[in-house]
Design a protein. Sequence first.
Lengths: 433, 161
Amino acid sequence: MRKVWYIIQREYLSRVRKRSFILLTLLLPVLVGVFTIVMVKIATSSGEKLQIAVLDESHLFQDKFRGLDVGETLRFDYLLDTTLSYEKLKKTYAEKYDAFLYIPKMDVAKNVEVTYYSSSELGTVTQTRIEKAISEERRKIVLENNKYDVEIIDQLDKDITLNKIINNEKKQGNSDISSLIGYLCGMLIYIFLIVYGAMVMRGVTEEKTNRIIEVLITSVKPFQLMIGKIVGIGAVGLTQFILWAIFTMIVQTVLQLVYGNELMALKSMNASSQAMQMSEAKQLAFNLTTSLADLDIPRIVFSFIFYFIFGYLFYAAQFAAVGAAVNEDTDAQSFMFPITIPIIISIVLMSVTIQQPSSNTAIWSSMVPFSSSIIMMARIPFHVAWWQQILSMFILVISSLGMIYVAAKIYRIGILTQGKKITFKEIGKWIFY
Amino acid sequence: MALLEIKNISKSFQNNQALQNVSLTILPNKIYGLLGPNGAGKTTLIRNITQIFYPDSGEILFNGEKLQPKHSNQIGYMPEERGMYKKMKVGEQLIYFAKLRDFNTKQAEEKIDYWLQKLDIESWRNKNIEDLSKGMQQKVQFVATILHEPKLLILDEPFLV
């Protein structure tokens, strides 16, 4: 056991001390932060304080843009003389205005075409605000012209509330946040399996091709060596994920402090093309908070760690066996194929699962150990029955141990087999040797 | 008494007979050379002694006892090709190998100090293996092989650099 501990230590320390590990661990949260800042900057690029002259030939939209100037970035001036041409306007008002919004006389029930003249690009936030203001006003006019009661229509437009009572417990949140969390967890496990599984494989192949194995094998058993490597590299992955989580939280907190208002505006805009007003942003924040409160966070965290570890053990054992069987990295491709295919299929199944978390496909694929670590994790935010989760966990633990046993048999012989091309048939023989 | 006694061992890999009724006696404090053409089975014989493989038939005795895993700490084996982690420092690598031979860190450091000074390669301690020449790597590999003071030392093509 002590020797396995030394092997774990070496595998772990030799990787976390690498410059590439430190750089990647630090850089990713910083890149996420930079990306967020860039997105905020682009989306709120109308924050450059625009003064817009509005030429409304029909006077239908007079004063309808008031109230759009959140943060005093936009100011609309309504030009009453609608006979002026753009060229003339440019000359007369070039110094005073940054842009002109031209709304021609039109039949609002049909196509509405509005033109924006400016020497610089229009920010997406401003564009959406203007479009929305025109669209809402047009709707009101058309409804009134057709003698509909606008208030009743508005009332009908409001989202209905679906009260969910699951196992006699009232659930307030909507499914969006469950889908998001499920998708995120499944995706993280997928990335972890592929990246760190491949790292195990390369590590084993390195020991084999460098003949380090011949020295090591005189003092430790092949099984100890394999387990040490799998656990050591798994710990590296876990460390990286934990550090990413911590650093990302720090970066996001800092961003929240510096760009709080812009982030809120951006989120509300992304969430719904209609959610522009602050009251709606607040509604969204409220929905998000109630949905989060409704999620069983301790269960999600516990399940994530469990499926993260056992899903990894299940696949890392296979990668270790492949690493031991092949003689060079290039040979590994054909042997990796049968391992990576179930992982990729799991990701495809995950999209189906998130849409229908209680479908037969979702239930079965969350039991099969080849896909359970990804699929069950995607289902858990949707309040999966405990018996299903326990059964899935039990199957995964047993399968992981079984896979380690089989992989150790392949590893034991493969690691010392040099210089000949290995076939699947031969690997099959090693298992029963 | 013989340190190592190999009695009629045979070893096959599927259809390939690598060793057939090989017998050999090694006495203490003696130097032996194992000669033969390529593919004669020299490395297979060594791997049977280092317990990487086990013979299909025959037996191997170490100090009069049937060869067992506990004897591996009394055998030092330097393979033909350098068996070291290229990106690891010389000192760390030697400590790792020593610990796998049941040394604690303090004992391992004392031994490594002794051998690095004796071979006058103390200055290499913090160098990565990949930064050393093949001959220098050979020296480090040699230190790793004898650190645990084995009774039987097997050097596979030691002068091949």
